[in-house]
Design a binder for this molecule. Structure first.
Ligand code: PMP
Ligand code: GLN
Length: 380
């Protein structure tokens, strides 16, 4: 049969996790923590279920959670979105990304994506009838290349998608990048989708440059985040979108006929957790910074070369001292022969760069998991 998504196969995350299981590899591939979610959150979820919060939630999310998100946003970025008109709870950031794209991208519209980018962006653009315009980030720093981005804007540009802290590289946008973006979009009707799922996982005293910090960006932005990353529960699939009222209204038209609403008990649990333990997200950067530092130190005892990690929970490693295989083949070999699952970068590109020898390792893991991986990587 004719396929609507000819370029799409099974995602690299599924492929590598399956390989890890088949070959007993330590799984540093797919991004998910292997430690427990906060005890208070589990208790709150249990309580919500026992107290009968088990039926459909309101379409846009339960009011206490939307209020908690508005309050947390104000504490973090000095801007309080209207909980009723501007905050929508979704089934993970993935659903929010899909809904935002479908809310505004029409047939033939162009959407600028910055490569490497998360793999769910382009299929959603394709399904909406849009055209993904791939612009490479800087090949070593993964910073935005403003000359190239400016050159990619056309009268058909409908949206630009950005992601800081960045998956897969960990790169973060600077205030100057935000200013350049603001200047580029001023006077246009181009929408911004800002994927901020790693907003709290930031290191070395950096500031997360949320689009919400900038009034003129905020008025055109769908700002998307995910509790999966912040609360170590990627399997719960709860995220949200903050956007101005008119944009949120269009967003909800898609959301209401996509999923209608999201797992209700967890929404009550997150509402409680956000209010009762702000220290959790405030200290998340320090929590992961310790993991990053320890893991990087260990990597220096291997022949892999770790790249800088300003934020997020992924460590890129250059394997060119070990192998000249293309990344997909190298990562397969590493999982099957050496027992460590990783993620190649090529699936994150429209056209993968020639000769790039990088793999992504997730360090959102217990020390024992990382130690086991390092022992295997030392034999490379
Ligand atoms: N965007 C980025 C950059 C991500 O890394 C992820 C999770 N891997 C998502 C979106 C999707 O988040 P969720 O699991 O909440 O759907
Ligand atoms: N976001 C996760 C990652 O980048 C994977 C999510 C998924 O498996 N689809 O590893």
């Amino acid at each position: 049969p004719e396929t609507k998504l000819p370029k799409v196969g099974t995602t690299i995350f599924t492929v590598m996790s399956q390989l890890a299981v088949e070959h007993g590899a330590v799984n540093l591939g797919q991004g998910f923590p292997d430690f427990e979610v906060p005890a208070r959150l589990v208790a709150a979820l249990e309580r919500a279920m026992r107290e009968g919060r088990n039926q459909y939630a309101p379409m846009s999310g339960v009011p206490p959670l939307r209020q908690a998100i508005a309050g947390k946003t104000e504490r973090c970025y000095g801007y309080r979105p209207d909980a009723d008109a501007e905050v929508t709870v979704t089934s993970g950031a993935s659903e929010a990304i899909f809904d935002a794209i479908h809310a505004v991208v029409r047939s033939g519209d162009e959407v600028i994506v910055l490569d490497p980018c998360y793999d769910c962006y382009e299929p959603a653009i394709d399904l909406a009838g849009g055209i993904a315009v791939h612009v490479p980030l800087h090949p070593e720093t993964f910073a935005p290349d403003w000359t190239k981005i400016r050159a990619a804007v056309s009268p058909r540009t409908r949206m630009i998608m950005i992601n800081s802290p960045h998956n897969p590289s960990g790169a973060m946008w600077s205030a100057d990048d935000m200013r350049q973006l603001d200047e580029l979009l001023a006077g246009t009707s181009i929408y911004l989708l800002s994927d901020e799922v790693y907003e709290h996982i930031i290191f070395d005293g950096r500031r997360h440059e949320s689009a919400l910090l900038y009034p003129s960006l905020r008025e055109r932005a769908f700002v998307i985040s995910s509790f999966g990353k912040t609360y170590h529960c990627t399997g719960w699939k709860i995220g949200y979108c903050i956007a101005p009222p008119a944009m949120s209204a269009e967003f909800r038209k898609v959301h209401q006929y996509n999923t209608f609403c999201t797992f209700a008990p967890a929404q009550f649990a997150f509402a409680e957790m956000i209010e009762a333990e702000p220290a959790h997200y405030e200290q998340l950067g320090a929590f992961y910074e310790a993991k990053r530092d320890r893991f990087r130190e260990q990597l220096l005892t291997t022949r892999l070369r770790p790249l800088p990690v300003p934020g997020g929970y992924f460590q890129l490693v250059d394997y060119s001292r070990i192998s000249d295989l293309p990344d997909a083949e190298f990562c397969r070999w590493l999982a099957i022969e050496k027992g460590v699952a990783s993620i190649p970068l090529s699936p994150f590109y429209g056209t993968p760069p020639e000769g790039q020898r990088l793999a992504r390792l997730c360090f959102a893991k217990n020390e024992s998991t990382l130690d086991a991986a390092i022992e295997r990587l030392q034999s490379l």
